[in-house]
Write a protein that binds this ligand. Structure first.
Ligand SMILES: Cc1cc2nc3c(=O)[nH]c(=O)nc-3n(C[C@H](O)[C@H](O)[C@H](O)COP(=O)(O)O)c2cc1C
Length: 193
């Protein structure tokens, strides 16, 4: 069984809210994420981890406040606001993902984002291997400068949203998560003999 092909998104509503993720297991997953490749070994990822009901309630409140503050009135959507309020309280682990980008540094911003995305994929695959479900969520508020500041980082950082993590209630992958045939994305430059 390939962990690459079988990993699927599990939204917080499909996670068991009462089943904790042991700290040791979570640290192991984060260590796997930390071994992602980076140009120049800059290791730009920053993980902010929230596990207690109190800390998850705090970020839910911050996200909703930022939604009210940053979303133009004619674009406010009560269902999106509700998700920000509910999801961090439902998933037993919430990880805010940030990338450090050195201004005028030798590594361009896109490479630091790519490296941080490699770390995110490591994290999701490691969690999946251990039977946990994940959901990478990128609402605009969790990618905003205001969110970065609320986490205590300066403007030399980019926010890449949140990764929710928890034990799936049912181990059923989302049947709608399919892929187009590989051949549509693949360009061989050698003839098959
Ligand atoms: C960078 C990135 C950002 C994502 N942001 C969101 C999001 O904001 N909302 C959402 O519903 N899914 C989001 N997803 C999850 C995708 O919807 C999901 O990975 C895709 O549907 C494929 O399903 P699978 O993960 O089950 O294979 C994101 C995935 C990635 C890689």
């Amino acid at each position: 069984m390939s962990i690459y092909r079988n990993r699927r998104t599990f939204k917080p509503v499909t996670m068991d809210p009462d089943k904790e993720v042991p700290r040791e297991l979570l640290t192991d997953i984060l260590e796997d994420a930390h071994w992602a490749p980076t140009h120049g070994l800059t290791q730009p990822w920053r993980f902010h981890v929230f596990t207690s009901p109190e800390s998850r309630q705090r970020i839910a409140t911050t996200l909703v406040d930022l939604y009210d503050q940053l979303t133009p009135e004619n674009q406010q959507d009560p269902s999106k606001r509700k998700k920000l309020e509910v999801a961090p309280r439902r998933a037993p682990v919430v990880i805010a993902l940030l990338a450090h980008v050195e201004p005028q540094g030798k590594i361009p911003e896109w490479e630091e984002l790519a490296a941080t995305s490699c770390a995110a994929q490591n994290l999701m695959l490691s969690a999946h291997e251990k039977g946990l479900g994940t959901f990478w969520s990128t609402p605009p508020v969790a990618c905003s400068q205001e969110w970065i500041r609320s986490l205590g980082h300066d403007a030399n950082h980019l926010a890449l949203g949140l990764i929710y993590l928890g034990w799936p209630l049912e181990n059923e992958p989302n049947p709608r998560s399919v892929r187009a045939p590989l051949a549509e994305h693949l360009f061989w430059h050698d003839k098959v003999e």
